[in-house]
Design a protein around this ligand. Structure first.
Ligand SMILES: Nc1ncnc2c1ncn2[C@@H]1O[C@H](COP(=O)(O)OP(=O)(O)O)[C@@H](O)[C@H]1O
Ligand SMILES: [Mg+2]
Length: 278
């Protein structure tokens, strides 16, 4: 298991493995140095990629996969899910419903795109998490102010990605997928005065029943991105029904376990271990 901070999730995965007698080694990505040449030094190893840092995680996955490891999730899935524009394209192509979106590559074309797309719109950095730097743009002046700010940031933020502001109940769904199964799901209600439902922003969780519809769309989304263990985030659009707005490559599941009582870490360890034997 590769990590950079030990959260509840990494602790519970380690404990589940120990309990099952699985040989597990914790590697802090900060202490990892790997030769990128020659032998298949990681052949036969299953790596649970749990690093929070997107860029470190992606590059470590590329290195370890190249050296023969089976990384969960594979590089293809990590790169597709870690970028909201890439994920949007791959979900669209696979016929998985996702919010309408538009992209632009300069300040002026971003404003022009929004004029066509219409307000309100949601601006999202193509790489990011925990709801950070996601803004609700209600009209042109607000949009211009936000976009002008982004122009002073790292070049990644000059890739403009906007989504329709989906009308939905004040909650979204986080479904945990392991292999071909949705093992548990929760509703995440947004905290007071907040429209985003991230638990990191003070959201509240409740059990969400795993219906056939939910299962189908989650499995389709997971297959589309090539994921093995992922957290699929969905909204219940008043107009269009269930849609996937994000697939999380290193999903958190503490609240899912707390609310549903499902042994998510145990299921994840069993899945990884079965790959090892297979
Ligand atoms: N297009 C949208 N319309 C309405 N709400 C949205 C939309 N996109 C995201 N949200 C809300 O914002 C939250 C964060 O968005 P998300 O795309 O999951 O980014 P992050 O990677 O930061 O979690 C979602 O969980 C949802 O509550
Ligand atoms: Mg999210």
């Amino acid at each position: 298991m590769l990590y950079d901070t030990i959260r509840w999730e990494e602790k519970s995965l380690y404990e589940a493995a120990k309990k099952k007698g699985v040989d597990i080694e914790n590697i802090d990505i900060k202490n990892l140095h790997i030769s990128l040449n020659g032998e298949k030094s990681y052949e036969g190893k299953i790596v649970l990629q749990r690093s929070v840092s997107y860029f470190k995680s992606l590059h470590a996955t590329a290195a370890l996969e190249g050296l023969g490891a089976h990384v969960i999730n594979p590089l293809q899935a990590a790169s597709m899910t870690g970028n909201k524009l890439f994920a949007h394209m791959i979900l669209e192509k696979a016929g998985v419903r996702t919010p309408k979106a538009v992209a632009a590559f300069s300040e002026d074309s971003a404003i022009a795109a929004l004029e066509e797309f219409g307000y309100p719109a949601v601006i999202k950095p193509v790489v990011g998490s925990w709801g950070r730097m996601i803004g609700l743009l209600r009209e042109k002046d607000a949009a211009r102010a936000v976009i002008e700010d982004r122009e002073h940031m790292f070049p990644l933020y000059h890739v403009y990605y906007f989504e329709e502001f989906v009308q939905r109940p004040p909650r979204d769904i986080r479904a945990i997928v392991v292999g071909d199964n949705v093992v548990a799901a929760i509703y995440r209600y947004s905290g007071d005065g907040e429209w985003k439902t991230n638990m990191a922003l003070g959201g509240r969780a409740e059990v969400c029943p795993v219906t056939k519809d939910l299962e189908d769309i989650c499995i389709k989304a997971t297959k589309a991105v090539g994921g093995q263990i992922v957290g699929v985030d969905l909204m219940e659009s008043n107009k269009d029904g269930l849609m996937v707005h994000e697939v999380n490559n290193t999903t958190e599941f503490k609240n899912t376990v707390r609310v549903t009582g499902v042994d998510v870490p145990g299921i994840m360890v069993d899945y990884a271990f079965a790959l090892n034997k297979g």
